[in-house]
Design a protein around this ligand. Structure first.
Ligand SMILES: Nc1ncnc2c1ncn2[C@@H]1O[C@H](COP(=O)(O)OP(=O)(O)O)[C@@H](O)[C@H]1O
Ligand SMILES: [Mg+2]
Length: 363
């Protein structure tokens, strides 16, 4: 397998910039997820790595070797597409074997060994003689992955491979991909617009917006310490609450003055006192209590419950705090009811502060 290094990679289509100055260093055996909204440049990035698209600027290295100008066949990369792109007239077996027959000098025996090995890993041994129209969506996806596996490439690229599958199958295939990655020690770059997929699959995730990298870190860090308001809103559902507040410096930390509350946060390097700031709080970092029953130091303010949406194990409650409207994740066991007065607490250790103009997080 291999490491991958993108250095200031850019792609322009005429006057339009699809990807701008992208830096990514991907270690051997890493499972990197590129995530972001539609049109942010994920597929373009993947296609540049594969060599299916010219790189307009910057350099690309595979295992330390500059392959910026190298044709696809010299990069030793396999790509799995959302559409599967199987040959309809060929059996599953031939779909997997065909590329090897065409582009390598492997003999028939070796090709057969590889196809059967991949089929066994993917649990499709019984389907090898079927054609794509005799296979379900999930089975076709396995054949497409098998076709990539038999090549034993240095890097696997996946472009939204699970988007065409129903929710249950998607969860199942997600677990399968995770297993494959762990068992075979693959280097994977995986594109999705689905933040749940990104969180569950990635060893690190690269969040992109409008052709630019927003943050590249472990799922937990991206979730807990989003680099800016875009990441804060894009990763996590429902999104992070962002409250516009003023702040002042205290002896220890920052004092946040909202419309109807004051809290003190430790551990921040605040900008000059008095300017506006965005206080970021995830829905599960808010606590509702009937009256003044929150532990010491956690009482923030009295608030009024708005709409309540039951999800199953938990529920989402809208909470009105002055003119702010927040969303809290609460246990379904203790459902508040609309209109109820509650004490609202916040886990201040997890709060984040953002500059409302630049969107950047304060350290
Ligand atoms: N062949 C092309 N010609 C012109 N513009 C393109 C082409 N391919 C992609 N783009 C544009 O580049 C941007 C990024 O596209 P893409 O990488 O497909 O986004 P994503 O995969 O994140 O949805 C989009 O604005 C898209 O319209
Ligand atoms: Mg795409």
């Amino acid at each position: 397998m291999a490491s991958l290094s993108l250095q200031q990679i850019g792609k322009t289509y005429g006057a339009q910039t699809a990807v701008e100055a992208l830096d990514l260093d991907i270690a051997d055996r890493e499972f990197t997820v590129l995530v972001g909204p539609s049109g942010c440049g994920k597929s373009t990035t993947l296609r540049m790595i594969a060599g299916l698209e010219n790189i307009s600027s910057g350099r690309l290295f595979i295992d330390g070797k500059d392959v910026t100008q190298a044709p696809p066949q010299e990069r030793d990369i396999a790509m799995v597409f959302q559409s599967y792109a199987l040959y309809p007239h060929m059996t599953a077996y031939m779909n997997m074997a065909f590329g090897l027959m065409k582009t390598t000098r492997l003999d028939k025996r070796e090709i057969d060994v590889r196809v059967r090995e991949a089929a066994s890993i993917l649990h499709i041994e019984d389907l090898l003689l079927r054609k794509p129209n005799e296979l379900s969506g999930g089975q076709r996806q396995r054949v497409a992955i098998g076709r990539a596996l038999v090549r034993k490439p240095k890097v696997f690229l996946f472009d939204e491979p699970l988007s065409n599958l129903d929710a249950k199958l998607r969860n199942h295939m997600r677990a399968e991909l995770k297993r494959l990655h762990a068992e075979l020690g693959l280097t994977v770059v995986y594109v999705t617009h689905d933040q749940v997929e990104a969180m569950t699959l990635g060893t690190r995730i690269a969040v992109m917006a409008a052709g630019r990298l927003q943050q590249f870190d472990t799922p937990m860090t991206v979730y807990r310490r989003p680099a800016n308001t875009f990441v804060a809103s894009f990763i996590g559902a429902p999104e992070m609450n962002l409250l516009r507040c003023r702040h002042s410096r205290a002896a220890e930390g920052v004092v946040i003055d909202g419309a109807s509350f004051t809290i003190t946060l430790d551990g921040f390097t605040p900008p000059p006192a008095g300017i506006e700031i965005l206080l970021g709080i995830r829905p599960e970092e808010l606590f509702l209590a009937p009256e003044n029953t929150l532990p010491d130091g956690q009482l923030m303010a009295r608030a009024t419950v708005g709409r309540v949406e039951l999800l199953g194990a938990d529920a989402l409650a809208e909470v009105n705090l002055g003119h702010h409207r927040l969303v809290a994740r609460v246990s379904a066991e203790q459902l508040p009811h609309p209109g109820q007065q509650v004490a609202l607490g916040i886990d201040t250790r997890r709060a984040r502060l953002f500059d409302p103009v630049s969107g950047y997080a304060h350290p």
